[in-house]
Ligand binder design. Structure first.
Ligand SMILES: [Zn+2]
Length: 236
């Protein structure tokens, strides 16, 4: 399944095939769940954090372990702003092409980086000035552990083992297609506006590749749904 053929909104059939994965958060509340994959990325993640702050919005960042190692300060900025953190493997690997043992190993490697960063934030460094939101982020990360498979690719066996280890597999029901260079910024915005409803999990990317579309669409999505009385919440 090529990502470019993936419909913006996941069909019910796919959800029924994988009922153990989370595709949305069923609710009658006006809550929307923004997610950002592939960071931390210099400048782009910080830009994203600033825009979210302007709308008092919380989100969930599915980080790549290797990027956290390269940019630990940006990872700390995400924590300090009180967003939730999810695991997106250490090297952004494809589940379908990877043996389950190796796939899990790569996820654990990322989890170790995440856990050690959280520890640093609370025990070794005391310049964590926003103690309260930071601690709530910590709880969100440790219980439960969130995982999103890169490219949406995960074998049933891999998913099963992760769930047994206490992970929640977070998929989505709205794709922005921000990473796709053939999708215009207007279409990226329309993808999100037209498909989002109560409890939707929306995928954006705080990556270089997606930045053109994401930086166009995100402020408009925040504006549009805030005016309609929606709140943006992290997944916990
Ligand atoms: Zn990704």
């Amino acid at each position: 399944m090529s990502m470019t053929l993936t419909p913006v909104k996941m069909p019910t059939l796919v959800k029924r095939m994988f009922p153990n994965y989370i595709w949305d958060i069923p609710t009658t509340n006006k809550s929307i769940y923004l997610t950002f994959d592939d960071g931390p990325t210099p400048e782009i993640t910080n830009w994203t954090l600033n825009v979210l702050k302007q709308y008092n919005a919380k989100a969930t960042f599915f980080c790549i372990g290797n990027n956290i190692e390269k940019h630990p300060n940006i990872f700390q900025d995400i924590l300090n702003d009180g967003h939730a953190i999810g695991n997106h493997t250490h090297n952004h690997i494809k589940g379908w092409k990877t043996k389950t043992k190796d796939y899990l190993k790569n996820i654990f490697e990322a989890q170790n980086v995440i856990n050690s960063q959280i520890k640093t934030c609370h025990t070794e460094s005391f310049d964590c000035v926003q103690d309260k939101p930071c601690r709530s982020a910590e709880l969100k990360i440790l219980n439960p552990k969130l995982f999103r498979p890169p490219y949406g690719q995960i074998k049933p066996k891999q998913g099963k083992q992760l769930i047994e280890l206490g992970y929640k597999i977070i998929m989505w029901n709205v794709l922005s297609f921000d990473w796709d260079a053939t999708v215009s910024n207007e279409n990226c915005l329309n993808n999100v506006i037209s498909k989002t409803t109560n409890g939707s999990i929306i995928v954006f990317h705080d990556s270089v590749k997606a930045s053109k579309n994401m930086q166009y669409a995100l402020p408009k999505v925040l504006e549009y749904f805030s005016e309609k009385g929606y709140r943006f919440e992290s997944i916990d």
